[in-house]
Design a protein around this ligand. Structure first.
Ligand code: TYM
Length: 327
């Protein structure tokens, strides 16, 4: 069975973009792959975090993992900082990467642009991500499009080390959804939907009430020509709504448009509201049951033990290749 690894930052507001780009794949893959899903708390501290909130958000993401249908009997769910190999391998990979390639990363440029001082963690973030992936001999990494460059870097570092020290790492592939790989902000379809945008109507969080879902979709930015067709360049707003509809329903955009006699964007939006509410209702119900249960902590502790059992032999291989420690 091929091994799958992916992670989500515990920074609140897990939204439809995260779900349709990444989380939905997590559930689909677990039946015929060996899946490891991480809550990447060490990534979250590349920017300042309130310690109490961070702890809360770790459990929020864990509960969401379970609520969307990740089954802890099939998949490993754990918190990154509970397995020390991530930080250890991160350092080894830092020593085999270049500041030039890291400062070229689009996300680094976007987050550091215009700032006087930039934290080192923001620059080395993709190296820690490479460590997350390589630590488990991962074959497949299900993510959204915004992580494509980081997966490329992971591959480059793995190949570089394999060439220099002999076969050390499995070289992984990214896995991207057709419709969900890049969900755009509802208020500005030129920007991707993000956890941190100030306007709450730019995104739909997975735990949003039905009334909030309705409000955010009904006020989504479209255009003035009134024609419903998929054209991301000239009609990014309408195309984003169709894309979300497609990713949620599993129908192609053509199938969605063909079956309709909508008179305007309002009709499309109303239908999308219903489709979204229907998809998120069971997730919210499951979440509320799971979030406060003792079981959650037990699942995470058990997950960390299982993850560590896979990571430790890989770390031993790395220490041996580099001559670290004692024989
Ligand atoms: P994060 O926490 O920002 O996002 C989690 C996942 O959601 C995807 N995503 C989107 N997909 C479609 N449309 C969007 N608007 C959208 N916004 C986010 C992301 O691509 C991601 O798959 N660096 C990662 C976390 C990470 C990781 C890893 C992932 C750390 N180590 C190892 C895979 C493997 C991140 O910040 O994701």
């Amino acid at each position: 069975m091929k091994r799958v690894f992916s992670g989500v930052q515990p920074t609140g507001n897990i939204h439809l973009g995260n779900y349709l780009g990444a989380l939905k794949q997590f559930v689909e893959l677990q039946n015929d792959h060996e899946c490891i899903y991480c809550i990447v708390d060490e990534h979250a501290i590349t920017v300042p975090q309130d310690p109490k909130e961070l702890r809360r958000h770790i459990l929020d993401v864990a509960a969401l993992y379970l609520a969307i249908g990740i089954d802890p009997k099939k998949s490993i769910i754990f918190v990154q900082s509970q397995v020390s190999g991530h930080a250890e391998l991160g350092w080894v990979l830092c020593c085999n990467s270049y500041t030039g390639e890291l400062s070229r990363m689009t996300q680094f440029k976007a987050k550091s642009g215009g700032k006087e001082s930039v934290g080192t963690g923001l620059l080395t973030y993709p190296v820690l991500m490479a460590a997350d992936i390589l630590l488990y001999d991962t074959d497949i990494v299900p993510v959204g499009n915004d992580q494509k460059q980081h997966i490329e870097l992971t591959r480059d570092i793995a190949i570089r080390i394999n060439n220099k020290y002999g076969e050390t790492f499995v070289v992984p592939d990214g896995r991207f959804m057709k419709a969900g790989a890049r969900i755009m902000a509802l208020d500005d379809p030129e920007q991707k939907m993000s956890k941190s945008a100030e306007n709450i109507h730019s995104r739909i969080s997975l735990l949003d009430e039905d009334s909030k879902i309705k409000k955010s979709i009904m006020r989504a930015t479209t255009d003035s020509d009134g024609e419903i067709r998929f054209d991301p360049v000239n009609k990014p707003g309408v195309s984003n709504l169709l894309n979300i509809y497609s990713a949620l329903s599993g129908k192609t955009v053509d199938e969605i448009i063909a079956g309709q006699n909508w008179r305007g964007y309002g009709d499309l939006k109303k239908e999308l509201v219903a489709v979204t509410q229907e998809a998120l209702t069971p997730i919210k119900q499951n979440y509320n049951e799971i979030r406060e249960s003792e079981e959650l902590i037990r699942i995470l502790k058990d997950g960390a033990e299982r993850a560590n059992a896979i990571a430790e032999p890989v770390m031993k291989r790395v220490r041996d290749k580099f001559g670290l420690g004692l024989k």
